[in-house]
Design a protein around this ligand. Sequence first.
Ligand SMILES: [Zn+2]
Length: 208
Amino acid sequence: MTKEEKFPVVDRTKAKVIAYIVVAAFMAIMIVFGLRSAGQTPLHEGDQRRSITCKWCEGSGKLEGERCPYCLGAKKLKAVIPGPNHPVRVRGTVWDLSRFSSREEAEEKAAAEDYEQVYLKARDQTVSRAKVRFKNDSEEFLLEGKVSGRFWGFVKPGEYTLTVEHPEFQTYETEFTVPVREHPVWPEIPGVEIEDEDQLELELFLKK
Ligand SMILES: [Zn+2]
């Protein structure tokens, strides 16, 4: 009698099913815990995590008669009260001044920039892949511009020298203060877009 005959096909199928169930259960646990920890904003020095009244339903648990999609009816949410080191989200666009008849025209165009609109390709009046750098004696944050001229990233509050560099343009330099965040940092909720009230938008202009 060979080993093969001692284990009928039926039993092996059962064993396989059990193995699949074990793997599926393990994956489910990993996904649930993974999502939960991904939804938690990391703490920085001076931050505090606190359960506070939900901003959207103002603690009623309801929005327009339905269960509040932010706190899921719990009325409170675990948010981070940001300290002076909590990074600030910065986004913006680098514009090519040579593509405008005047600086005013460029500023007008920049002021109307709609960040809901997504651009994946190079655009007519923007500078592709510029380097936006925030630097002081102790810190340096480099935000790499995209091909569309947009850039985004996080910068710690503080006073910086801001430079915008691109090999085909004159380097732009200015003093720039990133203010400390004023609003709570709400947890990430899958499928729900939360506006970052402390986000900075920077429209930058380069000369040839
Ligand atoms: Zn709510």
